[in-house]
Design a protein around this ligand. Sequence first.
Ligand code: ATP
Length: 324
Amino acid sequence: MIKTIGVLTSGGDAPGMNAAVRAVTRAGIAQGLEVKAIYRGYKGLIDGEVKTFTSQDVSGIIQRGGTIIKSARCMEFHEPEGRKKAYETIQREHIDALIVIGGDGTFTGGRAFAQEFDVPVIGIPGTIDNDLWGTDATIGYDTSLSTITECIDKLRDTATSHERVFLVEVMGRDAGFLTLNAAIAGGCEVAIIPERAAVEEKVEEAIGSGRRKSKNSSIVLVQEHAVEGGAAAVAKIIEKAHPEYSTRVTVLGHLQRGGSPSAYDRILASRMGVAAVQALVDGQRNVMVGIQNDDIVLVPLSKAIHQKKDIKEDSWQAMSVLSI
Ligand code: ATP
């Protein structure tokens, strides 16, 4: 029977992770469980950075970005030796199950650990990339999308004042959700994403054709890994093909991760945190809590990790049609 659960945040931080930690802590306590926070993701699990959390430990954090229990990328956890050390912490602290909040790397590590040491692991998708299969949304995505859109709005003001093409580099690892949807929301001219390559054609279509002449500004969003060299490389392509236009590159970088989580992300994190604890109490293991059509679902970690979520074709079409 599960008496003590451990909770950690791992990988890139995402707005709403605190709301998830709060929900896991309070839902756990409500179920009569002891909740132990593990600091700095898998690194803290290896090093034994563990603290029992009370309800007060998570008060006043629902509106805060980042993660109060810190996050880290931990190479040691990739190795069986590192995971063995992590298991020693689990035994020493009498932790019966783990709730891991993060992205696909976090789930990959969690699944390997669960299989090696027979510890139930539940994943909560906390990543701005929204790239996990089996869930319509991940915690942090909505906030990040709004932040990027706000930045585009500001750039638009200056873009309309000059005959320049603005290139904006957006995060997303291997996925184009943030880039495509921010491009739609920001009314951008082009979105360059890994799922739909052909950079030159896209740029030519929007910048080189007569289309641009009727416009008084051009903003091109470039997903960080869609093109080798990112937005700067696309700027070079444009300047070479169209020396009449000068380009300006903005890399949004870590701005995209920061800030207070949106109401949507807070609610999503709260629902998922409560559902993760309930899943453990119900005897579930090695699943991710997801949301589909506004219903909480449980998805095997293996599927969430290995299956590829594709962008919506109608969104891609909308982007093309509306940028004319
Ligand atoms: P995001 O995509 O938002 O950055 P993520 O969870 O995918 O989040 P990663 O840095 O890929 O971020 O993974 C977080 C941590 O999970 C790693 O630092 C490592 O400790 C662990 N991890 C990742 N992949 C593996 C793996 N194949 N085996 C064991 N542990 C892993």
